[in-house]
Design a protein around this ligand. Structure first.
Ligand SMILES: Nc1ncnc2c1ncn2[C@@H]1O[C@H](COP(=O)(O)OP(=O)(O)OP(=O)(O)O)[C@@H](O)[C@H]1O
Length: 264
């Protein structure tokens, strides 16, 4: 798919307390363009992951979309039709995202099937395509990687493999929900550099969920701030750092700076 803009419009998600509906995500609207990084930030529980799950059509049990739509270049699409085709995802805990009984090559076959490109790709073409994306994520040196099982790989390698599978799907948009949280500092830096590079080389639109303003500073072009299920501020990353307008943004930045001073 070669769409240039992905829009989440008026997304609302709710749960229930007894029979009472409880809003968790309230009227969230976001635009993501190819070639840019949009960071979705906010305190724990503000609704970042649910908003992404709503976009991908994978809401957890006990929650339900209560309104909103997803648009690709202005045309409405069902989230289930986007997932793995126009929008790929990279999740927080790579180990849980892989089937432990299947090799990276098996996962690649599934990714191509979901993306609807398996028919055209015979085994040889698939091997070549997999080699290409493993190269792109820095896993190309060891020819044995496609035949590894998840338990034979480190967390950093698995996260790279998940990004490789996202590239294999040729989805123009990537949702990364705290993709470095489970990794050590060196692996974190490697994954962030890799994502930044792929946004440029593959013209990806990257929506990255994070509570780390260090990640925002390093990667983001634009930032959207969530509080209590709502987007309370959006803006260019540089502007937001220099002049945060909403108290929630100010509090997140103050917390980041306090932590930074302690660590310095
Ligand atoms: N399956 C569920 N059923 C009911 N409530 C849920 C469910 N999943 C999440 N919630 C609630 O929805 C709200 C938003 O959760 P969400 O996981 O989106 O927050 P978040 O901003 O991603 O937080 P974190 O940064 O800690 O991951 C929270 O109050 C959470 O308790």
């Amino acid at each position: 798919m070669s769409a240039g803009t992905l829009r989440i419009e008026g997304l609302s998600i709710q749960t229930w307390r007894g029979r009472e509906p409880v809003p968790l995500v309230r009227d969230v609207t976001l635009d993501l363009h190819r070639g840019e990084v949009l960071a979705l930030v906010g305190a724990s529980g503000s609704g970042k992951s649910l908003a992404c799950a709503g976009l991908l059509g994978v809401l957890p049990p006990g929650t339900k979309a209560a309104g909103g739509r997803i648009l690709l270049d202005g045309a409405e699409v069902r989230p289930a039709a986007l997932r793995g085709r126009a929008v790929a995802s990279v999740l927080q805990a790579p180990r849980t995202a892989f089937n432990p009984l299947r090799t990276i090559r098996d996962h690649a076959g599934e990714t191509l099937a979901v993306a609807g490109i398996s028919g055209r790709a015979g085994r040889g073409a698939m091997t070549e395509a997999l080699r290409e994306v493993l190269d792109a994520v820095g896993l190309g040196e060891d020819p044995g990687v496609p035949d590894l099982y998840p338990f034979q790989m480190s967390g950093g390698m698995l996260q790279r493999a998940m990004i490789a599978l996202a590239l294999l799907s040729r989805a123009p948009f990537l949702v990364a929900d705290e993709p470095t949280t489970d990794l050590d500092l060196v692996a974190q830096a490697g994954i962030l550099d890799l994502l930044a590079r792929l946004v440029r080389t593959h013209d990806l639109g990257l929506l990255i969920v994070t509570h780390d303003f260090g990640v925002v500073a390093r990667l983001a072009d634009r930032v959207a701030v969530m509080e209590d299920g709502r987007i309370v501020e959006t803006g260019e990353a540089a502007r937001l750092f220099a002049a945060p307008a909403h108290p929630a943004t100010q509090a997140l930045l103050a917390a980041h700076r306090a932590l930074h001073e302690v660590m310095a």
